[in-house]
Design a binder for this molecule. Structure first.
Ligand code: CO
Length: 221
């Protein structure tokens, strides 16, 4: 698709029209490569992976992992959070684990995350502050380490990593993952961070396939 622009002269397409024109170009190009593409994809999905990522427009799950539509089930919110009372996330996770039977759930954050940077500050941003408070909780858990980092960028980068690690922990503590492991399901959870200015993903090596790392209080036996 062409790069969209909002300042097109009246003779050109508006941003809104550019999106629809982009869609028509997408259909045309796709059908040229594979005339049965849409027919095949419409039959159903069986993605092996659930992606929990940031809503940031620069971190699209499929593009950065070189995967195609149908291969990754995706949930995105501000700062890739796993919040136990979030019905949206829980519904996606339950459907992914119990109906689609994904084998991997990946929490993917990214350096330069606006949500994490905002959570580090003390200014009022409106309703989003209630969401960002979960990241402040991550800060509080790791305050000794984070307080010792004087460089603001390094501090934000580390909080991005810790936020992913804590959200992987949150994921393992959900009733859905606990029940899956209790029932012997083959389910792996992982934590990654995407680097905007290189395109590379860093594996934080916080992959779990069982209860061994889960605090006793969260375990379902
Ligand atoms: Co972000």
């Amino acid at each position: 698709m062409c790069a969209i622009k909002d300042d097109a002269p009246s003779s050109e397409l508006s941003l809104y029209e550019q999106l629809l024109a982009g869609n028509r170009a997408f259909v045309k190009e796709t059908l040229e490569k594979d005339p049965l593409y849409f027919e095949t994809l419409a039959k159903g999905q069986k993605p092996p992976v659930l992606w929990i990522g940031c809503a940031d427009s620069r971190v699209p799950a499929n593009q950065i992992t070189h995967t195609k539509p149908g291969e990754v089930f995706v949930h995105r919110n501000i700062a890739n959070m796993v919040v136990h009372s979030d019905m949206n996330m829980l519904s996606v996770l339950d459907y992914a684990v119990n109906i689609l039977e994904v084998q991997h759930v990946i929490v993917c954050g990214h350096y330069g995350c606006g949500g994490v940077i905002a959570a580090l500050g003390n200014v009022e941003n409106g309703i989003v502050d209630n969401w960002l408070r979960h990241i402040k909780d991550v800060y509080r858990l790791h305050a000794v380490e984070l307080d010792a980092i004087t460089d603001e960028k390094q501090k934000a980068d580390r909080l991005v990593e810790l936020n992913v690690i804590e959200n992987v922990n949150n994921l393992t503590a959900t009733s859905i993952v606990q029940k899956a492991w209790k029932n012997g399901k083959n389910l792996h959870v992982h934590g990654w961070v995407y680097t905007l200015n290189t395109g590379f993903i860093k594996d934080l090596k916080v992959s779990f396939s069982n209860n061994s790392n889960v605090d006793a209080v969260f375990k379902i036996k």
